[in-house]
Design a protein around this ligand. Structure first.
Ligand SMILES: Cc1cc2nc3c(=O)[nH]c(=O)nc-3n(C[C@H](O)[C@H](O)[C@H](O)COP(=O)(O)OP(=O)(O)OC[C@H]3O[C@@H](n4cnc5c(N)ncnc54)[C@H](O)[C@@H]3O)c2cc1C
Length: 368
């Protein structure tokens, strides 16, 4: 990594991009032509640049997640004020359950992303741990939450939501970029899945070698098979959760257990070719993100109960945890099941056919 003086010879800025959102932030291409960089402008040692770049991306992703949470809160604050005051059918629209559902969903998801970025920030502060998966999980969840909620806020506003006079359309435009920069959400899902696969993959490689020379490797195989048998029936213990959240802790433990077994099966079936299996990567990443967010929520709500001294005083946190964790764990379970039972071959057939012909789906009979 190195620093380049913006006024150095050979550095040229492209024109200002005309963007759909975040217009207060200038975006331009930067061209470097035979630029000379003096050795004192090098950051760190030679070959260490990639690590520096990753660390910068890590902190950027965490900031983006926290910013998305704050943006979500602000646009919903405006939408809720509208829902309180706008009357239809003789009552405020906020009294209708379809509007309340949007508010409640945004609230629990906002609680969850706040829990996750705070937990991840504490890891960053403690130092000495690789937190790239956690920051990626926060970025993916936070960016999708802010965009989804901006759309829902606009929907709560109804027709005026579509008008530039109100902040909803700007929120939709501004929040859209978060799914693209600091690593697109597709790339981050692949990163989460493939990094998560690394350790079990190395373990299974050692086991694979042991199977080739079983007599010399009885110890390795014995402990693997014993460990596998144990893993089939035992869930990881979650010991620190408040007893009021025991059921939610158990749901998380079940999903951690099932995901570990699912990952092992994927690796045994696909081996290195898993690098090409993005349907599976996406499911593993989605399950891992929901599990991480759920653990963060469990931890935040547990701390809130301890702080309050009694459950009723932490009723709001308990509601959040009791809504978010079962919802997230249902999603995770669906993704884990689909690692084995899916329609992936058919998805590929449909996508390939569409891209080969350029026609998305069969043309309506009326257009033929
Ligand atoms: C407003 C704005 C500000 C920016 N600021 C900066 C900045 O400050 N610094 C900087 O370095 N960059 C910046 N960028 C660049 C930004 O990081 C990239 O646009 C982004 O990483 C995506 O790269 P790309 O545009 O080349 O898209 P592509 O890489 O072409 O991707 C296009 C689509 O294909 C998907 N895709 C690509 N590869 C794969 C794969 N292997 N598997 C599955 N899907 C895949 C992507 O997820 C995406 O959906 C900025 C961009 C914008 C729009």
């Amino acid at each position: 990594a190195f620093i380049v003086n913006a006024h150095a010879e050979g550095v040229r800025l492209g024109g200002l991009e005309s963007k759909m959102g975040i217009k207060a932030s200038d975006t331009r291409a930067v061209f470097f032509e035979n630029v000379k960089v003096p050795v004192e402008d090098r950051l760190g040692g030679v070959g260490g640049g990639f690590k520096i770049a990753l660390e910068i991306l890590n902190s950027g992703r965490l900031g983006l997640a926290a910013g998305s949470a704050r943006g979500t809160r602000e646009i919903m604050r405006i939408a809720m004020e509208h829902a309180r005051t706008r009357e239809q059918f003789g009552r405020p629209i906020g009294s209708f359950e379809m509007i309340q559902k949007k508010v409640a969903q945004a609230a629990v998801d906002c609680y969850a992303i706040d829990a996750a970025w705070m937990l991840t920030s504490s890891m960053v502060d403690r130092g000495g741990i690789d937190f790239s998966l956690e920051t990626a999980a926060c970025k993916v969840f936070g960016s999708e939450l802010a965009f989804r909620t901006s759309n829902e806020a606009l929907q709560i506003a109804g027709g005026i939501g579509y008008s530039k006079e109100y902040p909803y359309e700007q929120s939709v435009r501004d929040s859209r970029i978060n799914l693209i920069f600091e690593g697109t959400n597709e790339i981050l899902r692949a990163l989460i899945a493939l990094s998560g696969l690394q350790q079990p993959g190395e373990h299974l490689k050692a086991i694979g070698k042991a199977f080739k020379a079983p007599l010399r490797s009885l110890g390795v195989l014995g402990s693997y098979l014993a460990g596998r048998a144990k893993r089939q029936v035992t869930k990881p213990p979650i010991t620190q959760a408040h007893p009021a959240l025991a059921a939610e802790a158990d749901m998380i433990a079940s999903n951690v257990h099932d995901l570990a077994l699912g990952v092992e099966r994927v690796l045994m079936k696909h081996g290195k070719a898993v690098i090409e299996r993005q349907y599976l990567q996406e499911r593993m990443a989605n399950a891992a993100i929901d599990i991480y967010l759920s653990i963060a929520v469990l931890s935040r709500a547990t701390a809130a109960i301890h702080r309050a001294g009694e459950e009723p005083a932490a009723a709001e946190d308990l509601d959040m945890a009791r809504l978010f964790i079962p919802m997230a764990m249902r999603r995770a379970r669906r993704h884990i099941r689909a690692l084995a039972n899916n329609q992936d071959a058919r998805l590929t057939a449909v996508a390939s056919r569409a891209m080969e012909t350029g026609e998305l789906a069969p043309v309506p009979e009326t257009d033929r």
